[in-house]
Write a protein that binds this ligand. Structure first.
Ligand code: IPM
Ligand code: MG
Length: 364
């Protein structure tokens, strides 16, 4: 197949991990006979510096016209928290492309259990996915500011909740048919609406899916205390942001987790959940796995290439099996403590891809 992919490397370690993910996609294309065309554009601080805005109209339109968007990371101390911020580019991209459902899968790997601060026996076999609402809530509500006060409005419509919960329930059908909906219904009005709508959608449209409700504060605790019990977790924008950073500690490092931001069509934005990590930018030690697994999600969700997606996921898992680990996972590196840089880690995945994809081709 032919596919146009816009690459938005962004800031900090963004360009390093985006390059790794692009290399992997290019290798998949060669291996399976697909023609992927990559167009690199600016977002975030890099776009502020070069174009005066964190996401230009031209870049937004290029993304809209593409089959998929691969993103690195945005932000950094250089741009501060003034009126024009790198993060606004990312928020505009999500909002204007209508990407309301952010899928953040969390799996543990036997080799990296020891990189987590949580006891290993609690982590074995964790396989959950957070569906985070991405274009509503307090992130996008009206904001006010004067000299001695500020406000951020949190607003949700029934339709916004319905479509996100539907996505989560549909996903659960292909998994353990179990969804936990997370909000703060004992305090917030938007959360009471969320709970009502979630209950109705699950009951009327997904009778085969079991739904439970959990307050976000207790969810934060249970996620650490008994992570294996969860399958699909659906929640609003800010709670999802917070819970997925927490959930990354189950996997052992933020650097491991991918995400897919999806709307009603095929177009999606794929990015690791980690930030721009300015402290290690340019050192060549960033973990590319979150970005590479995001590329796998791109193959699956935007291009419909399930075999290819699984092949990338398998290659990553096997590379880690064979001891390929970046510095963020040093605790799992054994007595030698040897870790790989970004390029070497990517090379390990690419080498493994040759082995794993060959197997797929032969089987087919
Ligand atoms: C994320 C990030 C973003 C968010 C920032 C960079 C705006 O933390 O994707 O999780 O809060 O959504
Ligand atoms: Mg975040």
């Amino acid at each position: 197949m032919r596919a146009d992919i816009v690459v938005l490397p962004g800031d900090g370690i963004g360009p390093e991990v985006a390059a790794a993910a692009t290399d992997v996609l290019a290798a998949v294309g060669r291996r399976y006979g697909h023609s992927f065309r990559f167009e690199t554009r600016l977002i975030g601080g890099a776009a502020i510096d070069a174009e005066g805005a964190p996401l230009s109209d031209a870049t937004l339109e290029a993304c809209r016209a593409a089959d998929a968007v691969l993103l690195g990371a945005v932000g950094g101390p250089k741009w501060g928290t003034g009126p024009v911020r790198p993060e606004q580019g990312l928020l505009r991209l999500r909002k204007d492309l209508g990407l309301y459902a952010n899928l953040r899968p969390v799996r543990t790997h036997p080799v990296t259990l020891t990189a987590s601060p949580i006891k290993s026996h609690l982590l074995t076999g964790v396989d959950l996915i957070v569906v985070r609402e991405l274009t509503g809530g307090v992130y996008f509500g009206a904001k006010t500011r004067n000299e001695d006060a500020a406000s951020d409005l949190c607003e949700y419509s029934v339709a916004e909740i319905e479509r996100t919960v539907r996505r989560a329930c549909a996903l659960a059908r292909g998994r353990r048919k179990y969804v936990v909906s997370v909000e703060k219904a004992n305090v917030l009005e938007t959360a009471r609406l969320w709970r009502e709508v979630a209950t109705r959608v699950a009951r009327d449209e997904f009778p085969d899916v079991r739904m439970e409700h959990q307050l976000v504060d207790s969810m934060a605790m249970h996620l650490i205390a008994r992570p294996r019990e969860y399958d699909v977790i659906v929640t609003e924008n800010m709670f999802g942001d917070i819970l997925t950073d927490e959930a990354s500690m189950l996997a052992g490092s933020m650097g491991l987790l991918p995400s897919a931001s999806l709307g009603d069509g095929k177009l999606g934005v794929y990015e690791p959940i980690h930030g721009s990590a300015p402290d290690i930018a340019g050192l060549g030690i960033a973990n590319p796995v979150g970005a590479i697994l995001s590329a796998a999600m791109l193959l699956r969700h935007s291009l419909g290439l399930e075999d290819e997606a699984r092949c990338v996921e398998k290659a990553v898992a096997h590379a880690i099996d064979h001891g390929a680990l970046t510095a963020d996972l040093a605790d799992s590196a054994g007595p030698s403590g040897r870790t790989l840089g970004t390029v070497a880690m990517t090379a390990a995945v690419l080498a493994q891809l040759e082995v794993d994809c060959a197997a797929v081709v032969l089987r087919d």
